[in-house]
Design a protein around this ligand. Structure first.
Ligand SMILES: O=C[C@H](O)COP(=O)(O)O
Length: 264
């Protein structure tokens, strides 16, 4: 079935760059993309800075009328109140966020986030008009046992429990094998396709195939300008969630311009 899915390149800065560095990084990124005459309608570009940078990024994006979009790296499941350190969906929406990453493996591992909590966060994001970038993926032991597909699909199903099909239709899912994150060990294009294709199949079972065919499934894990084109050539990979390489605006611009590597 011919389905148009606009690729998304999202840069997850993790706990890097203060609010001044954020401004200069976004400026350099937008200049690089402008110099390359980047078509944002053809490949959407997003950055996910730390919470403390969001107001600065919002001011720059609004002031300079930049076409790139931005989001947060996490969200509270709560609406408001006595939850010290938490950031609500309403706060993120007020800052003009488009996206919010939910369930990143670093939050699952270092902050004990359960599938139940991740499901609550997905529902909180939708309640405030934010688009979740739901992160899923297996660790090395699961991969070695050959259980990467069943493990990842179980995460997807748990995160989307009781989420209506019309919301699932707008979600972004990022498949990030944990063993490939920040290690330089990128999954092969075939590895990425195996799991991304399986994610689309399970979305078809949860909703229907026309919904599944419209959902963007990203790959994340040691993506760089030198390997992005091969990964993007896979039929069920619709973009990348980029960590370390997104801190270098020129490198991230090259990743967003992956099509130029193909035609170069
Ligand atoms: O959110 C991004 C992923 O964790 C990938 O990080 P990485 O590109 O540094 O491997």
């Amino acid at each position: 079935m011919a389905t148009t899915r606009t690729p998304l390149m999202a840069g997850n800065w993790k706990m890097n760059l203060d609010h001044q560095q954020a401004i200069s990084t976004v400026q350099k990124l937008s200049w690089s993309l402008k110099d390359a005459k980047h078509d944002y309608n053809a490949v959407e570009v997003a950055v996910l800075p730390p919470f403390t940078d969001l107001r600065s990024v919002q001011t720059l994006v609004d002031g300079d009328k930049l076409e790139l979009v931005y989001g947060a790296q996490d969200i509270s499941k709560h609406e408001s109140g006595a939850y010290t350190g938490e950031i609500s969906g309403a706060m993120l929406a007020k800052l003009g966020c488009t996206y919010v990453a939910i369930g990143h493996s670093e939050r699952r591992e270092h902050h004990g986030e359960s599938d139940e909590l991740i499901n609550a966060k997905v529902r909180a994001a939708f309640a405030h008009g934010l688009t979740p970038i739901l992160c899923v993926g297996e660790g090395l032991e699961v991969r070695k046992a050959g259980n990467q597909v069943s493990h990842t699909l179980a995460q997807v199903e748990a995160a989307l429990a009781d989420v209506p099909a019309e919301q699932i239709a707008t979600i972004v899912i990022a498949y990030e094998p944990v063993w490939a994150i920040g290690t330089g060990e990128v999954a092969t294009p075939e590895d990425a396709q195996e799991v991304c294709g399986a994610i689309r199949r399970v979305l078809g079972e949860l909703c229907d195939q026309s919904v599944a065919d419209g959902v963007r499934v990203l790959y994340g894990g040691s993506v760089k300008s030198g390997n992005v084109a091969q990964i993007m050539a896979q039929p069920d990979v619709d973009g990348a969630l980029v960590g370390g390489a997104s801190l270098d605006p020129e490198e991230f611009a090259k990743i967003a311009r992956y099509q130029s590597h193909v035609t170069a």
